[in-house]
Design a protein around this ligand. Sequence first.
Ligand SMILES: *[C@@H]1O[C@H](CO)[C@@H](O)[C@H](O)[C@H]1NC(C)=O
Length: 275
Amino acid sequence: MAPFGLLSVGANLLVKSLGLFSSASVVRCSCVAPVLKSFSTTTGGPPKRPLTAYMTYVKEMHPTISRQNPGIKNVDIVRKLAQQWKMLTLEQKQPFQDASSASREQYKLVLEKYKAQLTPAQTAALAVEKRQKVAKRKAIRRKKELNSLGKPKRPRSAFNIFMSEHFEEAKGTNMQTKMKSLRDDWERFNATQKQMYIQLAEDDKVRYKNEIKSWEEHMIEIGREDLVRRKERRAIKAKTTKDIKKKSKVRVLKAKAPKKKTGTAVKKTVESTKK
Ligand SMILES: *[C@@H]1O[C@H](CO)[C@@H](O)[C@H](O)[C@H]1NC(C)=O
């Protein structure tokens, strides 16, 4: 499941970064040899980052695939091209590598020129922007890593569960209005109407507690203690100390999951509470 998910995320990102959403913007070009484009300097903004060899290939081949498969979605085109790219020999990839190298060289030059004409304030602002971008990228990478390591999903709140169960039929034409009407519904609910969702949320907390416990144990086993919650790390250390020194005052922070009713009986009454 994971590789497919990653592939589709990658395809989406690529569609976005190449601006492939509007088919009108796609250059109509049947040539296979990559075209070297100059960077736009008319906007006054920083030059666009150069395309990688793969991105150059996607941009080149996109119109062809689009023409050969009428009605195909952009994401599917990119997915097709990703598969094709993997099948290419080094020799076949070479022209795209060359184009990418050339545009990277050109990018460096344009970037130097761009930086040289900035005011000190603009330079400072650019540095801040860059730091934020790096932080964002780091956060995304971390999230991806945690996903690939199968980190359990955080427990959902009662409202969250209510929302996902009723999103489809909610009043409203878009995400925002639907959310708003669901939030209003939730506000109007009395304790009895909320009870089922509160129970489900409690169950989800237990689920999370159990899953995160064994996940963290597994992370320690594979040497990724850095991914274990700080509190738990301390608890583990404390436990070890206790085992060695038999300190009586050490409190083990890991509490046993309290016994809970399953809530499946309540789940069945969901239909009756609907309007
Ligand atoms: C809560 O609302 C439901 C549905 O409107 C109603 O049947 C029930 O009597 C209410 N319960 C309380 C405690 O007000």
